[in-house]
Design a protein around this ligand. Structure first.
Ligand code: ATP
Length: 202
């Protein structure tokens, strides 16, 4: 997984929405080993920034993003299909990234605490369990760069601690994580903070 040089390079990013400047002239590099948290009030532009970094927003902003390595983006909305089981959902999501056995998929679900829930229709799962189905993708990802929008939402205390350990482990192995969160990470690892100062305003 080790990569040389930045995994992502943002140059002069700026964004206006509804006549309001959310951020401007943001330049930074995401290097192997980086754990970066984007913080800011509701409406500050965290999700917008992450989508720009991921390449999901292609227009309407200034500056440029150079993506130098494969990335995995997890949005803050649940991408879990209610009619499908966790196993089916996970299999569908990762199908474009490689070939995974049923054992590998079940192992990833077990890692996020969904052992025994593999075949349950997802509409019968809680919000936190939905979130865990999404997060299971991290255990199967070979992408060095993870862009995670509010990954801790709806996750219980034990789950947060496990996720924090996963993120730190990923960075320690030469990957990098850029995440948005309203809560401080409780990790023994350097977290680079990127603060967006715009927020809820009339
Ligand atoms: N689809 C949209 N149409 C119009 N304006 C939008 C749209 N999405 C976002 N915005 C504007 O962009 C601003 C930033 O939204 P964004 O979701 O990036 O903020 P955020 O920092 O992630 O907020 P939160 O902490 O509440 O998730 C919002 O306040 C809103 O004014």
């Amino acid at each position: 997984m080790l990569a040389a040089g930045p995994l992502l390079h943002a140059q002069g990013l700026g964004l206006e929405r509804g006549g309001r400047e959310l951020f401007r002239d943001l330049s930074f590099a995401v290097e192997p080993g980086h754990l970066m948290q984007v913080e800011g009030a509701n409406g500050a532009g965290k999700t917008s920034l992450l989508r720009i970094l991921a390449g999901l927003s292609r227009y309407g902003f200034s500056g440029s993003v150079e993506r130098c390595a494969p990335l995995l983006y997890l949005g803050h909305h649940s991408a879990v299909k209610a009619m499908l089981s966790p196993r089916e959902n996970l299999a569908w999501h990762i199908s474009g990234a490689g070939s995974y056995s049923r054992e590998q998929i079940d192992e990833a679900l077990a890692r996020v605490g969904l052992y025994g829930y593999e075949d349950v229709p997802s509409h019968a799962l809680s919000a936190g369990q939905h979130r865990r189905v999404n997060l299971a993708r991290l255990y199967l990802s070979a992408a060095p760069l993870w862009l995670l929008d509010e990954p801790f939402t709806a996750i219980d205390r034990d789950g947060v601690a496990e996720l924090e350990a996963l993120l730190v482990g990923h960075a320690q192995q030469g990957g990098a994580v850029v995440l948005t969160s309203h809560q401080s990470l409780s990790v023994s690892y350097q977290v680079a903070m990127l603060s967006l100062s715009a927020g809820l305003q009339p």
